[in-house]
Design a protein around this ligand. Structure first.
Ligand code: GUN
Ligand code: FE
Length: 424
């Protein structure tokens, strides 16, 4: 039974505008779910084992809504290119290596180990188009203790021969083989349909994927409106779609029946925002990637005001850091540049807002996760911030902000729980 209590300085989001903080308090885990935060242990939980993290911060686990596992090995290199060139020079060249299972074992093993030691408790992950390597990644993720969606990538055009799938039908066949081979195999690792982005996917492929989505009732992840050249490519080559997102929606791969997360959304047109809202498409805002690839600054305030479901992603290796603390800081900072340099009527994001996006906002993609409200999956990280001066003079709220900003690689991570299981 996953019944226990964490004692410490607790902070979590209930709404987007407020972080609830409770010093020296108890967080109850009952059957792998939160049973709430209390000052004193209620009578009915008195028998539960107590993990004493007094003086340390306890936060919900962080949700990485967008990350490419096969790009982990070369993160932090080739950062002087824009998206389309970066893909062909950096990303595709590296991803082609994953036809080699031995390489995949090594690189994915390291990736999963690093993610385990981070503050991330749940993630939406791109693999490559290779089925054996994707299964290796799923094995590694299962072992990490993190809950994840993992996607075999589909791409049948605009990629080198070493990586591109020969046609839509082979890509779809491989996807079905992959799904059949992992059916029922994992407890915490789930498949997600992953058409790479519109330039990589022909209409025939999207149409085949739609059938697979319906048959297997799969969620979907992809990229949307990230870079001006990419958007222009879609406008020219898919002239029938009203806007970029419409090119997915025409094939039922843009929310509605299919739970969908789209990374970036830096340049959404008004109709696109409305369609995303109507279809309940999630946005994965990836600020580090948007900076590194000179993509731009996503209008996150617009998503929040329009009640579009939004979370954060690291987008390794467009983003160079696996740390969701870093993603939070970056999101606040780029919103300030947006305010100052792009539109001074758009207020910068607050720490409260971005903490919410990184936990409860993105967590909604996984169900009731990312908060300590009663009934939420018990995902928690314990952070020792004792290294930083004069904590006794600071509120829990201030300490949370400080540790996210200063300890960007989360070196103070002392423990991590996912679904009530201790994984670190
Ligand atoms: N668009 C299509 N593929 C990719 C990728 O691997 N990274 C990023 N940032 N954007 C993409
Ligand atoms: Fe990406």
């Amino acid at each position: 039974m996953k019944n226990f209590i964490l004692k410490g300085d607790i902070c979590y989001s209930k709404t987007i505008n407020e972080i609830c903080c409770s010093e020296n308090s108890c967080l109850i885990c009952e059957n792998g779910k939160s049973a709430g935060v209390y000052r004193e242990i209620p009578e009915k939980y008195k028998e539960y084992e107590v993990y004493d993290y007094s003086g340390k911060l306890i936060m919900p686990g962080f949700i990485d809504l967008h990350i490419h596992a096969p790009q982990f090995a070369f993160r932090g290199t080739g950062m002087d290119l824009e998206l389309m060139e970066w893909l062909s020079v950096q990303a595709f060249a590296e991803e082609a290596r994953y036809s080699d299972e031995e390489y995949a074992c090594r690189a994915y093993g390291l990736f999963a180990q690093m993610l385990r030691k981070s503050v991330t408790t749940r993630a939406c992950i791109f693999a490559t188009c290779h089925v054996p390597a994707t299964k290796i990644l799923m094995d590694c993720m299962e072992e990490s203790g993190i809950v994840s969606y993992v996607g075999k990538v589909n791409m049948d055009r605009e990629a080198p021969d070493t990586l591109r799938e020969s046609d839509a039908y082979q890509s779809a066949d491989d996807t079905v083989k992959w799904l059949e081979s992992i059916s029922g195999k994992y407890k915490r690792t789930f498949p997600i349909l992953t058409p790479r982005f519109i330039p990589s996917c022909t209409d025939e492929l999207l149409s085949e994927l739609h059938k697979i989505q319906e048959k297997y009732d799969l969620p979907v992840q992809s990229h949307l409106s990230e870079n001006p050249d990419e958007i222009e490519w879609v406008r020219k080559n898919v002239p029938d779609s009203k806007f970029y997102g419409d090119a997915y929606d025409r094939y039922g791969l843009f929310g509605r029946g299919a739970k969908t997360v789209m990374a970036h959304c830096v340049y959404p047109v008004i109709d696109e925002v409305e369609r995303m809202k109507e279809n309940e498409v999630f946005v994965a805002h990836c600020p580090a990637s948007n900076m590194n690839l000179s993509s731009g600054i996503a209008p996150v305030r617009k998503f929040i005001d329009n009640r579009i479901k939004t979370g954060l992603g690291t987008d390794i290796a467009g983003g160079h850091s696996i740390s969701m603390f870093r993603a939070v800081t970056d999101a606040v900072q780029v919103s300030k540049l947006y305010y100052r340099l792009v539109d001074n009527t758009v207020k910068p994001l607050t720490f409260e807002e971005v903490f919410y996006l990184a936990t409860k906002g993105g967590g909604e993609f996984f169900g009731k996760t990312g908060s300590f409200e009663e009934g939420y999956e018990f995902d928690a990280v314990v952070i020792d911030d004792g290294l930083y001066p004069l904590l006794e003079y600071m509120t829990v709220r201030k300490r949370a902000e400080r540790v996210v900003y200063i300890d960007s690689e989360a070196t103070g991570l002392e423990a991590k729980f996912v679904g009530g299981e201790k994984v670190v």
